[in-house]
Design a protein around this ligand. Structure first.
Ligand code: CUA
Length: 258
């Protein structure tokens, strides 16, 4: 549909569906606004004092008004039952299988996004709030075997195109909100919960992670970046991250096995 509303570019497979709903709702509101406005003007004229010296206390009895109201209600129910609920159900029920999806943890804290990739073993290493330091904002426990190959980035989420992404979203402190406008993704990050979020990016490009909940004084600068890449570029990026990981993880491994 025509992008009269100035929506951001659509960069995920379900974006069109959400945009359709937004556009239909706005059309409905536009029709109601114009309709009610015209009716209001008509009533001002029709029931002016000059034509009706005595007020009527009975009110309107026409069938048209009742029919219109029922029509609007039915249309709203159709939007809810056939667009909104099925669309939402897909977001919260039809998750991609973990072995097919790009699985990543996103942890919000004041005021940044920490990203954890499970690495080649496909298993996330243990994290512990007690281990959080300035150098280890995620609090990862590198002594955990599953953690050795985990890739961690700050405010930088790289994703391959056309592959389902399954984000396990959580927060270390207060409620934040993970918003990828171009992917039409928005989900609160709540401390104590790991909330799954999924989508399929389908447009190569650089986008933003915005925090959409007022979470403190630094809320305005809680901004991350999403880079949707071709499969080859993503592999290359991942390989570079793994190379950077080597020296850091080599030292504790060597000392752990004397
Ligand atoms: Cu985090 Cu606003």
């Amino acid at each position: 549909m025509l992008n009269l509303l100035g929506l951001p570019i659509a960069a995920s497979t379900h974006a069109g569906e959400i945009d359709d709903l937004i556009v239909i709702v706005h059309w409905l509101m536009a029709v109601l606004f114009v309709g009610w406005g015209l009716f209001f003007l008509y009533v001002l004229f029709r029931f002016r004092k000059g034509a009706n010296p005595r007020a009527s206390y009975v009110g309107a009895k026409g069938k048209i008004s009742k029919g219109l109201e029922v029509g609007v209600a039915v249309f709203e129910v159709i939007l809810l039952v056939f667009y909104a609920i099925p669309g939402w159900a897909k977001r919260v029920k039809a998750f991609p299988a973990e072995n097919e999806a790009m699985v990543v943890r996103v942890v919000a804290h004041q005021f940044a996004w920490e990203i954890q990739y499970p690495g080649r073993d496909g298993k996330f290493g243990r994290t512990d709030p007690k281990l959080v330091t300035a150098d280890n904002l995620l609090g990862i426990d590198r002594t955990d075997p599953n953690a050795k190959d985990d890739i961690i980035t700050s405010n930088q989420l790289n994703l391959p195109i056309d592959r389902p992404v399954l984000v396990h979203l959580s927060s270390q402190d207060v409620i934040h909100s993970f918003a990828l406008y171009e992917m039409r993704v928005k989900q609160d990050a709540v401390p104590g919960l790991a909330i799954p979020v999924w989508f399929i990016p389908n447009r190569v490009g650089e986008y933003e992670i915005a925090c959409s909940q007022l979470c403190g004084l630094g809320h305005f600068r809680m901004r991350g970046f999403v880079n949707v890449q071709s499969a080859a570029d993503f592999q290359k990026w991942m390989a570079d991250q793994e190379k950077e990981l080597q020296p850091a993880s080599a030292t504790p491994t060597a000392s752990a096995n004397p």
